[in-house]
Design a protein around this ligand. Sequence first.
Ligand code: GDP
Length: 294
Amino acid sequence: MFESLSERLDSAFKLLKGEGRISEINVASTVKEIRRALVDADVNYKIAKEFTDRVKDKALGEKVITAISPSQLMVKIVKDELADLMGGTAAELELKANPTIILIAGLQGSGKTTFSGKLANFLKSKGKKPLLVAADIYRPAAIDQLKVLGGQIEVPVYSEPENKNAVQITENALREAKQNNNNVIIIDTAGRLAVDEAMMAEVANIRKAVQPQEILFVVDSMTGQDAVNTAKAFNDRLDFTGVVLTKLDGDTRGGAALTIKYTVEKPIKFVSMGEKLDTLDVFYPERMAQRILG
Ligand code: GDP
């Protein structure tokens, strides 16, 4: 994950090797390299610039700490700043309501259905009794896919293949959940290949009808800056509560993970690193920063 970024940052820190102390001159060249590395990892230039300005100010403002070298000091500053950029501390799911309703939204192919299965599995392992709801009224295959996933993790799946009204389906699902004492309801909605008004209106209508406690926006981390732009479009319309970054097991450069939180001011709550149902991870910005810096 983020191998290229890790290597490039490492090279930037090496520029300080052998230096006795931080100076305007040696910091300037290191910071420039860090900025280039971020931009090449698909971080928007303005965000990269602000980031490195902060790093520079911090480095130059440090008192001389004899215990650590300038390069070690730089690693520490960059690590803290990366963690901050990605959200600081981990953000938890809001699960107090009974039932808790979680709406899953995102583009087609982003990994919504897979994530819905993973989340159900995750919550089941925490003692919850989830119900999955197939609210994709356009693709019968999506309903079947969710049913297969539900079967694998032994979580019930509510669907009405003949009904073309997604709001009605979700309302009926809530009734069913009440009867069966399901305390978490995960609604997998329809996505399209690109942001479009009909899709947004449909998800917004479901949101209005069922008043979910959580609206999770699922996005493919491989899509870089597009992921960030899509997040903005969904957030403007849905005001979601958190982001799920998928396909982090792929050859992704890092831009989405690094800048979504900054751009939409909503936390990344989970990352998905594979197709298997047990690979869902809570997102910890500090651990991710640590991983990037190796
Ligand atoms: P949806 O259209 O948004 O519901 O997306 P799907 O859940 O059907 O996922 C689209 C494709 O991406 C499927 O082939 C999934 O197996 C795959 N996929 C989903 N999440 C991940 C992930 O975290 N890593 C990888 N490598 N593949 C994933």
